[in-house]
Design a binder for this molecule. Structure first.
Ligand code: S3P
Length: 172
């Protein structure tokens, strides 16, 4: 087996909503030949409804269990880049599982950056859909503070201001 045939552990991209997990995951997959998956999209495909509809019709607890079930299907796959949902690492001990089953990469963004990226797209994000701009920045600051201890247990931490298309080479 030569180097290029070597199986690569899965790469799990984690971090707060709006931090660019899907954007960078797609780009890095195209750069590296790894297969890209967006956990939210896999869930939407399986459930045949949007994340917003799942939250509304089935509730968050249902979504969190589904999210964990879909995450764990990646134990059957290799050579994937998986963009997780913002909450994925914070429920059902998923962070521990990802650390045991791949390379976890935290794309770290500041509350101000996150605010700028999600303010126009609140409707598709159930946790923030009804918040005014003032409430939104407070929510982001509080939630990020709450989740950061989990995000910070990632094997690799990358500030979003320092990443580019070539960053994938350092992750492989
Ligand atoms: C969530 C983030 C979302 C999605 C769901 C819950 C969260 O994913 O999974 O709305 O708890 O932070 P993105 O981070 O891709 O927006």
């Amino acid at each position: 087996m030569n180097d290029s045939d070597k199986p690569v552990h899965n790469i799990f991209l984690i971090g707060f909503m709006g931090n660019g997990k899907t954007y960078w995951g797609k780009l890095w997959a195209a750069e590296s030949g790894l297969e890209f998956f967006d956990l939210d999209h896999v869930i939407e495909k399986e459930e045949q409804k949007t994340i917003a509809a799942i939250f509304e019709e089935n509730g968050e607890a249902y979504f969190r269990q589904k999210e964990t079930d879909v995450l764990k299907t990646f134990s059957q796959k290799t050579n994937c880049i998986i963009a997780c949902g913002g909450g994925t690492p914070c429920f059902n001990n998923n962070m521990q599982w990802m650390n045991d089953n791949g390379t976890t990469v935290y794309l770290a963004a500041t509350p101000a950056d996150i605010f700028k990226r999600v303010i126009g797209e609140q409707a598709k994000r159930p946790l923030i859909k009804d918040l005014s701009p003032d409430e939104l920045i407070i929510f982001i600051e509080k939630k990020l503070q709450e989740r950061a201890p989990v995000y910070n247990t990632a094997k690799i931490i990358l500030p979003v201001t320092e990443i580019n298309a070539a960053t994938i080479n350092t992750l492989l």
